[in-house]
Design a protein. Structure first.
Ligand code: ZN
Length: 146
């Protein structure tokens, strides 16, 4: 199998059996956004303990690319320090599934979960921190992701 075939299989696999799929009861932070062009609609719930993402789940519905990228992203994020999560880039997500050269129309499918994650982290930090200069950058990044 070529790399492209392997990545394709991974995407189909994740879309059928997404990782970290479900809801957290009373999460420390939750955020929702959608991609109306495709119909992707995702919520991310997180618990944050001692500056680490102690738990993360996503729910909603989406196309195969959206579900696969949400799986990969939540897997990358789980257990990480907030500071590390802030630095996750679109390429960190896309490269896991060989999607670096994805067409512009599908980029929104692939990056919706990253956008939701960055907004979720922003809303958490804005509520819990007095120093917000750094935090505002996160919001700007989320707004300009695609
Ligand atoms: Zn989609």
């Amino acid at each position: 199998m070529s790399n492209a075939d392997i990545y394709h299989e991974m995407i189909i696999d994740y879309s059928r059996n997404p990782l970290n799929f479900g809801q957290i009861e009373n999460p420390d932070v939750t955020f929702h956004d959608s991609n109306p062009l495709c119909g992707d609609s995702i919520d991310i719930d997180m618990n944050i303990k001692e500056n680490k993402i102690s738990d993360i789940k996503f729910h909603g519905r989406g196309c195969a690319i959206c579900m696969a990228c949400s799986s990969v992203l939540t897997e990358i994020t789980k257990g990480k320090d907030i500071d590390e999560v802030k630095k996750i880039t679109k390429n960190d997500v896309l490269s896991e599934l060989g999607l670096e050269n994805l067409q512009a129309v599908r980029i929104k499918c692939a990056l919706l979960s990253l956008k939701v994650l960055k907004y979720a982290l922003y809303s958490y930090l804005a509520k819990h921190m007095s120093e917000t200069g750094d935090v505002d950058k996160l919001k700007e990044e989320a707004a300009n992701l695609y």
